[in-house]
Design a protein around this ligand. Sequence first.
Ligand SMILES: NC(=O)c1ccc[n+]([C@@H]2O[C@H](COP(=O)([O-])OP(=O)(O)OC[C@H]3O[C@@H](n4cnc5c(N)ncnc54)[C@H](OP(=O)(O)O)[C@@H]3O)[C@@H](O)[C@H]2O)c1
Length: 291
Amino acid sequence: MPSLSEVGSFTLGDRAVKRLGYGAMQLAGPGVFGPPRDPDAARAVLREAVASGVDHIDTSDFYGPHFTNQLIREALHPYPDDLVIVTKVGAVRGADASWNPAQSPTELEKAVHDNLRNLGLDVLDVVNLRIMGDVHAPSEGSIEAQFTVLAELQRRGLIRHLGLSNATSRQIAEAQGIAPVVCVQNMYNLAHRADDPLVDRLAGEGIAYVPFFPLGGFSPLQSDALSNVATRLGATPMQVALAWLLQRSPNILLIPGTSSVAHLKENLAAGDLTLPPDALDELDGIDNTSH
Ligand SMILES: NC(=O)c1ccc[n+]([C@@H]2O[C@H](COP(=O)([O-])OP(=O)(O)OC[C@H]3O[C@@H](n4cnc5c(N)ncnc54)[C@H](OP(=O)(O)O)[C@@H]3O)[C@@H](O)[C@H]2O)c1
């Protein structure tokens, strides 16, 4: 099997990471709440990811909450020198598993300390501010207060680099006036391409774009075009969805999520797939975005 490094890399903060990484959200219990049914299996996925060459893991202390970060620490600490762990702050979970904004200075600082403790780190590589104006899609509104708090925690040495999640182009510009933004994590995949202009803008600025729900999220993408292309190329639909993102722009870093070693291997093998022009044309029909 070709090595993962052949998929290329892109800068994330002060390091280059491989363009295929891993998103840890699926490791928590059902609904990203509580512990996983099988913690050994969850740790096995993490170990397999790193053994396969993954050097970029996405997480948050609000997955579980706490359980996902604790699994990462149990499976991988002491961490390999080249592993970049990206986390996010700005929300807490209710007792009913709800996702609630937590963006006051006290809440943001607590979230940074929760991540440090549960991951077993002295400094966090990258922290994304998860903007919660509208939980489901970017919406305008100043983030100056929240981002200033994180920039201060960065100055104090608790965070190396900052990013944004669920952000608009204007919010990114506002944050850049406060501290450098090294990555943006928004929802984007074959069927949801509202961020097309943003992907291109960030590519021009050398900033990583890290799509969440690259496979469609809790209901993975399904379409005849995707299945047809996959069959023609001898690949799986999920591999085609990931290969499309890799070909979309060089600043896209992938963090597909899975709780299964078999799916992890399948997803990482997407780096070996090249989509020819006729496949790209066919896949364009899947876009549900109203441009
Ligand atoms: N910033 C944010 O607001 C935000 C929001 C959501 C997610 N995220 C981050 O983004 C990462 C990726 O998102 P995600 O995990 O929610 O969604 P995703 O990567 O689009 O899809 C995950 C889903 O696809 C399934 N899957 C994975 N590989 C598969 C394969 N080869 N064949 C069939 N099914 C497959 C998984 O189930 P199995 O477990 O059965 O494989 C899971 O149900 C997360 O892990 C998290 O780190 C960030």
